[in-house]
Design a protein around this ligand. Sequence first.
Ligand code: G3H
Length: 197
Amino acid sequence: VRNLYLVRHGETTYNVEGRIGGDPELTAHGKEQADALARHFSRVEVTHIFTSTRRRSSMTAAPLKAARPDCRIMALPEFDEIDAGLCEGMRYEDIQSEMPEQYAARMRDKYNYVYPQGEGYVTLRERVERGLKRALFIAGDAPGVLLIGHQAINRMILSHFLYRRTEDVPHIYIPQNQFYHIVATQRKKLFELVPFM
Ligand code: G3H
């Protein structure tokens, strides 16, 4: 794979309400972001698109899929967002008031914190690395691969290439209107944050 483009799904109803996890759909604004993404990538040499199995990820891919029937699209569960366990669907302020000890523990050490009955960044690493390996194997020597992921997933993938300190990982900036362009070969490494709308 020569070029890896890493983008987060468009805005969802949960993003607007400040809720975490779940399987929400895109808002009207999120659909506009997906349309803009399709406009941008209809001019880029991309042969493979990987999504998670969540609706927000596949809905973000949908306009591009329509514009580029030549692209191979695959949904990999390894790229599903971090599982917030008992906190799925909650707002951060609900967690703070209803489960203050959990909220405080995550604030203290966000990377190593694991949601009750769910995952943490620390446990996510293995699954994301597995997904990345799988995607890169499937894509082989493809000129361009687009991965439409989630906030925590994309942080993990950036950390794979950027070797970020683990305590920085849960805070990496993952916008919904810009994508990361990653070129990582043995000889050169390029990371660029590119706006598409
Ligand atoms: O729904 C989960 C979030 O996208 C992950 O963000 O780790 O900053 O809470 P966070």
